[in-house]
Ligand binder design. Structure first.
Ligand SMILES: NC(=O)c1ccc[n+]([C@@H]2O[C@H](COP(=O)([O-])OP(=O)(O)OC[C@H]3O[C@@H](n4cnc5c(N)ncnc54)[C@H](O)[C@@H]3O)[C@@H](O)[C@H]2O)c1
Length: 515
């Protein structure tokens, strides 16, 4: 059995190591980064900060607390302390073999060691390692923190447990683990990417087109199709009603001509100059950082659109969010108690509502912090985000009593019919917060909730949210009786909390003087 991953070790902290760090930290994994160059510490901290701006907008689902980043130049010490190692040193076989062999002598045998190699074969990489069965290729794509794909490739000695453990870990940090059936140089994606790139080099070399024109030939057409359907499914459509069979009949003969060339052209100085000048003209004075930011922003937006269609990277994002909400509900279930009777105040940590096990305390269902995109021009958490956080607390409570995905698919749901938010104190960027939830009333069709948002550092009340939910039959579009088991669990929580003094903000109307 391989280890549960709490700390990720990075071997090499360049472009790819930095990307892994940002992704892992964002999803609550601690990172111990190791590089031979001490100056890479500053670099990786900057890379993580840069990534955060787009990454923090990828999903609004409740995330676990961010992981912490440490750096060392002692590769072996890193190997001895971590639960999973991701190697990202330069693409040279002898160097990787030597470093992997050395590090494997310091990492326990149940620590997976994955290589980010773009094209080397895992059987070669594991040659001199101790416990080589825990080595595999986990090939990511730049930017690692936004692109979900990771190709998983085992070598001759890689165990099935290693492949499974790595897939589980990568999925946990929001990735799509594509298991490659057989090791080949370049895995799957780089083999495809290189074929395209080779043609680009030929056409630039032959003076047929500029780098910009060749990029246009992709971005206005095939590139838009690729993001959701790839090449094969799209070609299936190109064959009309008979699909791929007709497509092959029609275009098969041109494969013999052939349109494309198998070997790349010689990388002459002239060709290199054309490639460099072409891309500089495309950059049009913009720095690498500026273009990266633009790329990151649209990568977030594309994934959010694909999520609506539950397709490609959008389905990965959906599955991740579903899991994050479910994990939150799991914590809520602990707080609510398996039967709904043992209502506990501080099941998720310290702070107001202290005294876990105190029956009848408000439920502490959400831990969060003010994320960069939540702040307004005053530097404070903006209005709409209060409803978002209260909504997450409601979601956790409802899921914990059985109003989950399956319940919603059965055509029943609880709709918000009224909300009243009051504001008491400021919450600034990165302020850690938690929500305490009370169930004021419940009947066959209605649930009346009261949320209190507190600062974690001093327990000060930041805001309250009072909300009424109506149980509906979503097909009929009308109010309907809720499931009796759900009603019973909610009622138990309400009864347990009934001894608490009513919150002073509950039942207030807008503009009422404070008492
Ligand atoms: N750049 C990409 O787009 C990309 C994409 C996927 C995979 N990869 C693969 O990821 C790996 C790293 O690529 P990169 O682009 O991040 O390279 P990089 O040059 O940006 O980073 C490599 C890092 O490794 C460090 N290093 C060198 N020797 C070391 C040693 N012996 N021990 C520890 N650290 C050492 C360097 O100091 C540097 O910080 C390569 O195998 C590459 O094929 C790269």
């Amino acid at each position: 059995m391989m280890r549960q991953v709490k700390t990720l070790g990075l071997l090499g902290t360049g472009v790819i190591g930095g990307g892994w760090a940002a992704r892992a930290l964002h999803f609550g994994i601690d990172v111990l980064a190791a590089d031979v160059k001490p100056e890479m510490e500053r670099w990786i901290r900057g890379a993580v900060e840069n990534a955060e701006s787009a990454l923090s907008r990828l999903t609004f689902a409740p995330l676990p607390p961010k992981g912490t980043l440490h750096f060392t130049t002692d590769l072996n010490a890193m190997a001895a302390k971590v639960d999973f190692i991701q190697e990202n040193i330069p693409e040279q076989l002898e160097l990787k073999q030597r470093v992997l062999a050395e590090v494997s002598r310091h990492a326990a045998a149940d620590v997976v060691i994955a290589s980010s190699t773009s094209g080397l074969m895992p059987s070669d990489l594991q040659r001199d390692m101790q416990a080589p069965e825990r080595l595999l290729v986990g090939h990511p794509f730049n930017p690692v923190y936004l692109l979900p794909l990771v190709e998983i490739v085992g070598g001759a000695k890689t165990s099935a447990e290693t492949i499974d453990a790595a897939s589980r870990f990568y999925t946990a940090i929001g990735m799509h683990a594509l298991k490659v059936r057989r090791e080949i140089p370049g895995h799957l994606t780089d083999r495809l990417q290189e074929a395209l790139w080779r043609e680009i080099l030929h056409m630039v070399n032959d003076g047929v087109a500029t780098t910009g024109e060749l990029d246009e030939s992709i971005i206005y057409g095939p590139g838009l199709r690729w993001a959701a359907m790839g090449t094969n499914l799209i070609y299936h459509l190109a064959g009309g009603e008979p699909g791929m069979r007709h497509m092959l009949k029609q275009f098969g003969p041109c494969l013999k001509w052939p349109w494309t060339k198998l070997e790349a052209p010689e990388l002459t100085e002239e060709l290199i100059d054309r490639m460099v000048e072409g891309t500089q003209a495309q950059a049009n004075g913009r720095s690498i950082r500026e273009i990266e930011r633009l790329r990151d922003d649209y990568l977030v937006a594309i994934q959010q659109v694909l999520r609506q269609f539950n397709i490609g990277a959008g389905s990965t994002l959906r599955a991740l969010e579903e899991r994050l909400y479910e994990e939150n509900a799991g914590k809520a279930r602990v707080a609510v108690g398996a039967s709904g009777t043992a209502v506990r105040g501080a099941a998720l940590g310290a702070g107001a509502g202290r005294g876990a096990g105190d029956s009848g305390q408000p439920l502490r269902l959400i831990e969060t912090q003010v994320r960069p995109e939540w702040v307004d021009y005053n530097g404070h958490m903006t209005d709409s985000r209060y409803l978002q956080v209260f909504g997450d607390a409601t979601d956790a409570l409802f899921r914990s009593v059985g109003v989950d995905d399956a319940y919603r698919k059965s055509g029943r749901a609880l709709y918000t019919v009224e909300s009243h938010v009051t504001h008491g104190a400021e919450a600034k960027l990165f302020e850690p917060l938690y929500v305490l939830t009370r169930l004021l009333a419940v009947d066959d069709k209605r649930v009346h909730l009261f949320h209190a948002l507190h600062r974690r550092r001093d327990d000060v009340l930041v805001a309250t949210g009072e909300q009424m939910y109506l149980h509906v039959d979503t097909n009929a579009g009308k109010a309907a009786l809720m499931d009796s088991a759900v009603r019973e669990k909610l009622e138990k929580i309400r009864a347990a909390q009934s001894g608490l003094a009513p919150p002073p903000q509950a039942g207030r109307h807008v503009g009422l003087p404070r008492t």
